[in-house]
Design a protein. Structure first.
Length: 247
């Protein structure tokens, strides 16, 4: 079972080496598709043995599908630049390769590091994602944000964590939130469904309650409180921006 890792990048010099180094001995090829970085992302990736392609930004799902189509092998391990395989996950993938594929895709739990702490509640964990898949039987879907791999084939489960290094500071989180709420609002506006004002009033506090109480965010302490608060703010802003776009 030949396996290619794919990573799409834009100004990821802070993260890309960690992601590529975690793939050592796990894959037969690493393909990095860069959409115009102005930092050293491409140089770092190439120096670590990745095959680097330059491609204008197509959108999250389309860019990742382009990366998969550009790989030399049909089996794909898709990583984001701010992610890293744990040694245990690498060993599980090696076992799948040795035994031969028994599924069309595999999910893996993703553990996020946020403001210096690993988050194990708040709706952030286990956050299972399909990242190992056959490109003819699965593909990335999602035009604006929250893209994911979808398949109609069989799906297995890996048990070891994929590490996700999110925001180191609140400023980074707020910057990301601003970008993602704009994308989410554009998606809502494109659907041409009216957003009643009541959604802005009811949904944000419900989002906070769900994250902090129902999803045990309180066990993450102050980090869980911040996550719940900003999740509520995200909900408010995407609806507010969508209503603005609809005018």
């Amino acid at each position: 079972m030949k396996l290619a890792a794919t990573i799409v990048t834009l100004n990821e010099e802070r993260n890309i080496a960690r992601a590529i180094l975690s793939l050592a001995g796990c894959v037969d090829e690493i393909v990095v598709v860069d959409s115009g970085s102005s930092d050293r992302t491409r140089e770092i990736a190439a120096s670590l043995g990745a095959r680097v392609l330059e491609e204008p930004w197509r959108g999250y799902a389309a860019q990742k599908n382009f990366a998969a189509a550009s790989a030399s092998h049909e089996w794909i391990l898709s990583l984001d630049a701010d992610e890293e395989l744990t040694p245990a996950l690498s060993a599980e993938i090696a076992a799948v390769r040795l035994q031969g594929p028994s599924f069309d895709a595999w999910t893996m739990p993703r553990l996020a590091r946020y403001l210096g702490r690993w988050i194990r509640h708040s709706g952030w964990y286990p956050d299972r994602k399909i990242r190992l898949y056959h490109r003819d039987r699965a593909a990335w879907k999602g035009d604006f944000v929250h893209e994911s791999v979808q398949t109609t084939g069989s799906v297995g489960q890996l048990n070891s964590d994929l590490l996700h290094f999110t925001c180191d500071t609140l400023s980074q989180h707020l910057t990301t939130l601003d970008r993602y709420t704009t994308l989410a609002a554009q998606s809502l506006a494109a659907a041409r469904k009216p957003i009643p004002f009541s959604r802005l009033v009811i949904d944000p506090p419900w989002t906070f309650f769900r994250s902090f109480i129902l999803q045990f965010g309180f066990l993450d302490g102050m980090h869980g409180f911040v996550i719940a608060g900003l999740a509520a703010f995200y909900t408010f802003m995407k609806y507010a921006k969508a209503r603005e776009l609809a005018k």
